[in-house]
Design a protein around this ligand. Sequence first.
Ligand SMILES: [Zn+2]
Length: 59
Amino acid sequence: MSPKPAATKKHERSVEKLSHFRCAHCGKWWSVGDAPLAKKVWWCPWCGLSAQTINAATH
Ligand SMILES: [Zn+2]
């Protein structure tokens, strides 16, 4: 019996753009999936402080 895909079952695929942030205050990293580009001020989940974001030079 050879393995073959079941005709009635479908895998679900979704694509996520992952943004990586580095805190301006404590320097720790966190990531947000599908983070809106229009949102400029983010709160650090590590130290709780907010700051505006700039794009990293490597992007
Ligand atoms: Zn922080």
